[in-house]
Design a protein around this ligand. Structure first.
Ligand code: ADP
Length: 264
C-alpha cells in the first residue's frame, strides 16, 4: 500500500504509465500505438501526454492545432479531451505555443500535469495510457504518488546505454513507498527490416537488452517492436500505422496490446 493520499479519477478503471530512462527510445510511439490498439479492440481508451517538456503526442496524432473545449462545472473549470483514432487525448501541448519550450520548475510542472488528469472530463475509461517524460523527476513522482496506477511499462531500445537508464527509471516504481507494479518491458527498435526485404532482420542496436532488463526486474518482456521507416513517417505526418498495410508493425503492436491486457 502506498503511504500517499490518492486522487480518484472517476470512471477511470486502469491507469498504465509508460516510462523510459532516455528520450528517443520510442516511449511516445509505444504509448500512442498502444492506446490506438486498445481502442481498436473495443476498450474505452484515454491517452495523457505527461511529457511536459517535449509533448509529442499532438504532432504524432495529427492534432497539433486542436483546442480542447473548456467549460465551467460549478466553480471548477474543466476541459474536454480531443478525440482521434477512437482515443480521448489530453496533452499540455494543446496549451503551449509551437516551438515554445516550458521552463517551469519541477513542482509547477507537476501541478500542471495533475490538472490535466483532474480537470478533464474523461467519462468511462477502461484504460488510460500515460506517456511520461523520460527519467525520474517531480512529474513522475507526483503522478505515481497521487494517482492509483495499475502498472508501469518500461520502454527501452536493445543497447546497453538505454537499458542502464531504463533500469534507473524502473527503480522508482519499485520504491516501497510508491510500490507501482511493473507490468513489463517493451523493447523498441529491436531489429531493422527494410521495406524491400520484409523477411530480413538486422539487429543494429545489439540484442537482448529488453530480455536482460525484464529478467533483472523480475518482470515480463511484453513485446518487441521492429524499427521500420513507416513508424517514423506516420508519426511525422500525424497518421496511424494501423491505417497502413505494414503487417509487421501492426501485428507487433496488437500482440503487445493483448499481452498487456492479459497481464492486468
Ligand atoms: P520518446 O518518446 O522515447 O522520446 P518517440 O516515440 O518520440 O521517443 O520516438 C523518437 C523517434 O523515433 C520518432 O521520430 C519516432 O517516430 C521514431 N520511432 C520510434 N519507434 C520507432 C520504430 N519502431 N521504428 C521507426 N521509428 C521509430
Amino acid at each position: 500500500m502506498s503511504v500517499f493520499e490518492k486522487v480518484t479519477l472517476e470512471g477511470v478503471k486502469n491507469i498504465i504509465v509508460v516510462a523510459s530512462g532516455k528520450g528517443g527510445v520510442g516511449k511516445s510511439t509505444v504509448s500512442a500505438n498502444l492506446a490506438i490498439s486498445l481502442a481498436r479492440n473495443g476498450y474505452k481508451t484515454a491517452l495523457v501526454d505527461a511529457d511536459i517538456f517535449g509533448p509529442s503526442i499532438p504532432k504524432m496524432l495529427g492534432i497539433e492545432n486542436a483546442n480542447p473545449e473548456v467549460t465551467h462545472l460549478g466553480d471548477k473549470e474543466v476541459m474536454f479531451p480531443v478525440e482521434k483514432y477512437g482515443v480521448k487525448i489530453m496533452s499540455i501541448g494543446f496549451f503551449i505555443k509551437k516551438n515554445q519550450g516550458l521552463i517551469w520548475r519541477g513542482p509547477m510542472a507537476a501541478n500542471a500535469i495533475m490538472q490535466l488528469f483532474e480537470n478533464t472530463v474523461w467519462g468511462d475509461i477502461d484504460y488510460m495510457v500515460v506517456d511520461f517524460p523520460p527519467g525520474t523527476s517531480d512529474i513522475q513522482l507526483t503522478t505515481v504518488q497521487k494517482l492509483q496506477i495499475t502498472g508501469a511499462i518500461i520502454v527501452t531500445t536493445p543497447q546497453e546505454v538505454a537499458v542502464n537508464d531504463a533500469r534507473k527509471a524502473a527503480s522508482m516504481f519499485n520504491n516501497p513507498d510508491l510500490n507501482v507494479p511493473i507490468l513489463g518491458v517493451v523493447e523498441n527498435m529491436t531489429w531493422f527490416t527494410p521495406a524491400t526485404h520484409p523477411d530480413e532482420k538486422y539487429f543494429i542496436f545489439g540484442k537482448n537488452g529488453g530480455e536482460v532488463l525484464s529478467q533483472e526486474l523480475r518482470t515480463k518482456l511484453l513485446g518487441q517492436i521492429p524499427l521500420v521507416a513507416e513508424v517514423s513517417e506516420c508519426s511525422d505526418n500525424g497518421s496511424s500505422i494501423f491505417n497502413t498495410n505494414n503487417e509487421l508493425v501492426i501485428n507487433a503492436f496488437e500482440k503487445l496490446t493483448n499481452t498487456i491486457v492479459d497481464s492486468i
